[in-house]
Ligand binder design. Structure first.
Ligand code: FES
Length: 167
């Protein structure tokens, strides 16, 4: 199968779910963290688009929500690399070879899940479903998604990041 490459977009059905969560806390800035935790179960990437829905439904300014999301992301993880590789750990990816993919990445970068390369370029993490189950196994590298992966194709993708970063 061919490797797919997508810019991550949040499907409108997910945005509806996000809106439903956020609308329960209209005007409750103090509940923003709770909302984000719930939203992350629906969509792991809290993009500007998702932040916009949260801001609208909660009646908060978008910059406030987005800066909170950024701050929250920094709090939620240890020091991250320039490129954060997130391996989907949900069942469809698991049954279609996620372990082989993660093993290939670990071998190539010499790190374990939860670690960052010594040069600070790559962090490897697990994440929940990223909505590409039909094209599993799938990963995110920052906000770009890659699917239909094989151990060979994922190594080629990472090589490309290594090359581009060296320019
Ligand atoms: S289970 Fe991996 S993308 Fe959905």
């Amino acid at each position: 199968m061919e490797t797919g490459k997508y810019l991550l977009e949040t499907p409108s059905s997910k945005l509806v779910e996000v809106a439903a969560i956020a609308s329960k806390y209209k005007g409750r800035r103090d509940k923003l963290m709770d909302v984000l935790i719930q939203v992350q179960r629906v969509t792991p990437a809290i993009s500007r688009e998702v932040s916009g829905v949260i801001a609208r439904e909660m009646g908060l300014p978008l910059p406030d929500v987005y800066s909170f999301v950024t701050f929250y992301a920094m709090l939620s993880v240890h020091q991250q690399g320039k490129y954060v590789i997130r391996m989907c750990k949900s069942a469809p990816c698991h049954v279609r070879g996620a372990q082989e993919i993660v093993d290939a990445i670990k071998e190539q970068l010499g790190i374990d899940v939860g670690e960052t390369t010594e040069d600070g370029r790559f962090t490897l993490e697990y994440c929940p479903c990223i909505g590409l189950c039909e094209f599993s196994p799938a990963i995110l590298i920052n906000e770009k998604a890659y699917s239909n992966l094989t151990p060979e194709s994922v190594k080629d993708i990472i090589k490309q990041y290594i090359r581009e970063d060296a320019i």
